[in-house]
Design a protein around this ligand. Sequence first.
Ligand code: NCD
Length: 316
Amino acid sequence: MIRHLLSGADLDAATATRILDTAAEMATVAGREVKKLPALRGRTVVNLFYEDSTRTRISFEAAAKRLSADVINFSAKGSSVAKGESLKDTALTLQAMGADAVVVRHPASGAANRLAEWVDGSVVNAGDGTHEHPTQALLDAYTMRSRLGRLAGLSVAVVGDVLHSRVARSNVLLLSTLGAKVTLVGPPTLIPVDWATRAATANTAGQAPDISVCYDLDAVLPTSDVVMMLRVQRERMSDSYFPSAREYARRYGLDGQRMRRLPEHAIVMHPGPMNRGMEITPEVADSARSTIVEQVTNGVSVRMAVLYLLLGGNNA
Ligand code: NCD
């Protein structure tokens, strides 16, 4: 088993499948009256959050507690970070306290990788800047597999603010490893240039591209098994990437009319938090096709599996 989970690229198909299978076993615990396993008793998991989070932080906390680990929640607000303490000094403090795993969310891309150089325990990247969010990709893959029965060969459209999305990056890496076909959809200003070029080059070279890019949402809907809507991340935008919110919603928002163009079995996903009325309408978000609440539930099982396997729960 790997020691850290920093990127979707850390996982080969066998390891990713093992995590998803373990998560399915963990999910049975959630159905019990006593939602606890003794697997990580006596181990310490630190949640180190330098950026706001609702779902991810609570989810990691619930996961660690269901495995009986001791959980320390550290949020940058109200700590010595506010006095200017560096990530390295904070890491050394955690190290001195004997953290077995550190779950980190940080606004700087690459922060989780740096942290992994400084601590002896396992580091789990819970989102670093616009870079990666691998447990989100795992819970998304888990949700697709449980709803649609497989991942290989699925057509997955990842729609919207791909440029600023660590969720999109981790999903592209993981889903291509697991054999799904990913199409990135959004305005040209919000598709990373290197990915657009990669998709175009692979096409001209006649090879099967691992990703494709399309700027027209309506064109991809009829052939998509999964539509993953992304939040427009205004807090990361230093410039104007589209004319107006209305114009964005008109071209790239998923509303009821567009949803009805999807194949009957297709599902709609969103990692949350949503901008209702911008990238997704309430009608779609609250529809039977939407897996948004399920994704949150699955997140706990997937994070249980990740912590359990990284910390050698079965001497993996
Ligand atoms: C995402 C994140 O924080 O990267 N949310 C999440 O973890 N559920 C996506 C987002 O902020 O839009």
